[in-house]
Design a protein around this ligand. Sequence first.
Ligand SMILES: *[C@@H]1O[C@H](CO)[C@@H](O)[C@H](O)[C@H]1NC(C)=O
Ligand SMILES: *[C@@H]1O[C@H](CO)[C@@H](O)[C@H](O)[C@H]1NC(C)=O
Ligand SMILES: *[C@@H]1O[C@H](CO)[C@@H](O)[C@H](O)[C@H]1NC(C)=O
Ligand SMILES: *[C@@H]1O[C@H](CO)[C@@H](O)[C@H](O)[C@H]1NC(C)=O
Length: 268
Amino acid sequence: MAASYILLLSALLALAASPAMAGDPSALQDLCVADNTSDDMAASYVLLLAALLALASSPTMARDPGALQDFCVADNTSDVFVNGFVCKDPKLVKAEDFFFSGLDEPRDTTNKVGSNPRDTANKVGSNVTLLNASRIPGLNTLGISMARVDYAPFGLNPPHIHPRATEIQTVLEGSLYVGFVTSNPDNRLVTKVVRKGDVFVFPQGLIHFQFNLGAKPAVAVSGLSSQNPGVITIANSVFGSKPAISDDILAKAFQVDKKIIDLIQAHF
Ligand SMILES: *[C@@H]1O[C@H](CO)[C@@H](O)[C@H](O)[C@H]1NC(C)=O
Ligand SMILES: *[C@@H]1O[C@H](CO)[C@@H](O)[C@H](O)[C@H]1NC(C)=O
Ligand SMILES: *[C@@H]1O[C@H](CO)[C@@H](O)[C@H](O)[C@H]1NC(C)=O
Ligand SMILES: *[C@@H]1O[C@H](CO)[C@@H](O)[C@H](O)[C@H]1NC(C)=O
């Protein structure tokens, strides 16, 4: 009951704060498929849905659901599925739940092949260390995460999307050629060369990339507006899906011969 009351309260509060009622609740993962056989969850889901609906439609709210208490540290061992993670018993929460160490250590960008042939991340010369709610359980419900990106000399963080987050990035070492592309129909490329101390923003859901312009390694740190921003690397998703998208489909989509599609698919 307590949880339901908190959710009801949050729904009402959010409704009161929301000038308009439109939009679906923000997802905290790729999928959260309804389990309509669960008695227990039904009431909470409806209330959570209402709270998230109201939060999503409120322009002043952060995108992830707001915390309803000081913290809701992720209990990722729970077999109850909610949007995000269920909270740990607050009495069992420790400082380590809010802590990560070693973000200062350079990551490996040199292994050109990688142990997994499908893992193309370091073939292009970059390595992303993402601190989401899986790595720092204390981030659960707080709507924020962080990443360190290492770039090999002339390394690329290839075109990708964060489906659930805007990214704000600062360069710690080196200089990067960065950019994003706006949505249809304009598809306008917005780019800039950013150097140590510069900051650049990649709006949520837009395709973006960073390329190291230097002959030395570069490093950047990003803040992301979701506890679980998600990453869709365009080439890997389109040409490396499991199972593969048919080369007939991709040949038509990219308006090239199927042989060219097969050649690209072989790299992912
Ligand atoms: C629950 O899901 C089943 C299968 O998808 C569907 O047939 C049924 O109508 C659903 N019941 C409710 C109450 O939504
Ligand atoms: C990133 O760096 C870590 C630590 O150096 C390494 O274990 C990992 O394999 C690297 N990942 C990629 C994709 O290169
Ligand atoms: C957090 O990021 C890691 C690495 O990118 C990913 O494997 C994991 O699934 C993410 N956490 C969640 C809850 O999706
Ligand atoms: C669960 O938490 C542990 C320890 O913090 C972490 O190693 C693991 O990757 C997490 N799993 C998920 C699915 O988030």
